[in-house]
Design a protein around this ligand. Structure first.
Ligand code: ADP
Ligand code: MG
Length: 417
């Protein structure tokens, strides 16, 4: 079941409502909002250019931040319009309300290949409520719908779902943009029939966050490598001591069930054999959120039980070496969740060793390496290996839900080929 994409569209002279992910970080400098990282804007340029070359009339819709249904000047998309003007080298019209007479006039008077940006759709309460009346107003701006905002596709909002259904009902095509197309290809199609061995690396903070992904991937993977804080719940379930580590006692059964399923399906299911631990020391300071700040003393590697005063922060060197060896033999790698608290250099080594092995498999074996999850992408970039993997999802929460096998509302509404 392949989805229609922008490549399949004839948009000449048509108004295209293009949902993009322009939820970029902004900072106030001298009373002006400045974009500190334009990656997400730059990432949409291929889709924009393709539609412009094909003489579509582009009406861009996006959200920024959480204005909770009312106008919030600091969350205006105006600075993004200016940035787009600069990047495209042509003027971008701005509608200071995403619906209504002014937006409709702009959409109606756009020239072929012209671009307009609508103000933050979340300035209206109807956006997040997926209010049909609000979706109807958005639908007045377009003949064709394109969604290139994979990161927002797990939400059934008016600009990601409601408006697409209205346009489809009228017979207008609803297509995936180029970014969305890549996400569906790598997180979807490529993992349906992966080249084997297919090795899945799962880490992150909680078993409960990832159990649906584990469960689904147990049906596809040859090997699953577990790391991150999630590993300690498995340890606990085996009756080992976990000290002060982050564990979910209520999920011991979940962990054991996953292992049982792995045995039944002959999946090589690996848990860490050593752990980097440290002893947390309360500094007496509070962070911005008012929570106590800890420092970590006596960083060391342990096997078996984690001492009572210690907390686990990542996979140890022996585990990292074992995992790296397995990964180097893979033809497909999917990685979700860092293998330790990589934000702190003292606990990043295990994650970095594994990241290098993933890059090696990609380069030497021609393995397809696919990274999902916001923090996983950060970890790979921090290791300086972002350009040495096949695909890094921009999806965050959406990529996790997609990997769980959930039908994302923003994907479901796209037309079939
Ligand atoms: P992703 O965003 O890639 O899906 P998660 O959000 O599930 O990943 O998990 C990432 C977080 O898990 C990181 O902030 C990392 O610090 C934390 N983490 C990983 N391993 C540990 C650990 N052993 N102890 C505490 N936190 C950990
Ligand atoms: Mg995360």
């Amino acid at each position: 079941m392949a989805k229609l994409t922008v490549r399949d569209l004839d948009v000449r002279g048509k108004r295209v409502l293009l949902r993009v992910d322009y939820n970029v970080p902004l900072e106030e400098r001298d009373g002006q909002m400045v974009i500190t990282d334009p990656t997400r804007i730059v990432a949409t340029l291929p889709t924009l250019r393709l539609l412009m070359e094909r003489c579509g009339r582009l009406v861009l819709a996006a959200h920024l931040g959480r204005p909770r249904g009312k106008p919030e000047p600091a969350m205006s998309l105006r600075p993004i319009g200016l940035k787009l003007h600069e990047l495209l080298g042509k003027p971008v019209e701005f509608a200071d309300d995403c619906t209504g007479a002014h937006a409709e006039k702009i959409a109606a008077t756009l020239k072929d290949g012209g671009v307009a940006l609508l103000e933050n759709v979340r300035f209206h309460p109807g956006e997040e409520k997926n209010d049909p009346a609000f979706a109807e107003k958005l639908a007045r701006l377009a003949d064709v719908y394109v969604n290139d905002a994979f990161g927002a596709a797990h939400r059934a909002h008016a600009s990601t779902e409601g408006v697409a259904r209205i346009i489809a009902r009228r017979g207008g095509p609803c297509a995936a943009g180029l970014l969305m197309e890549r996400e569906l290809k790598f997180l979807g199609e490529e993992l349906e029939n992966p080249a084997r061995p297919f090795v899945v690396i799962l880490g992150g903070a909680k078993v409960s966050d990832k159990i649906k992904v584990i469960d689904r991937l147990l049906e596809k993977a040859d090997t699953i490598l577990i790391g991150g804080a999630m590993a300690y719940t498995f340890k606990l379930a085996h009756g080992e001591k976990t000290g002060k580590s982050l564990v979910e006692p209520d999920h011991r059964r979940t962990a054991l069930d996953a292992e049982a399923k792995a045995r039944k399906r002959n999946v090589n299911f690996q848990l860490p054999v050593d752990v980097v631990v440290a002893s947390p020391v309360n500094t007496g300071k509070l962070n911005k959120k008012g929570k106590p700040v800890f420092d970590y003393a006596d960083v060391r590697t342990v096997k078996g039980d984690i001492p009572e005063d210690a907390e686990g922060f990542g996979i140890g060197p022996e585990t990292a070496a074992r995992y790296a060896e397995i990964i180097r033999g893979a033809r497909t790698v999917l990685w979700n969740g860092p293998l330790g608290m990589f934000e702190d250099a003292r606990f990043a080594e295990g994650t970095n060793v594994v990241a290098r092995a993933v890059a090696d498999a990609t380069r030497r074996n021609g393995a397809k390496s696919i990274i999902g999850g916001g923090d996983s992408v950060k970890a790979i970039n921090k290791a300086g290996l972002g350009d040495q993997v096949t695909f890094m999802s921009t999806g965050g929460g959406a990529s996790l839900e997609f990997l769980e096998g959930a039908v994302l509302p923003g994907v479901a509404t796209l037309s079939e080929k």
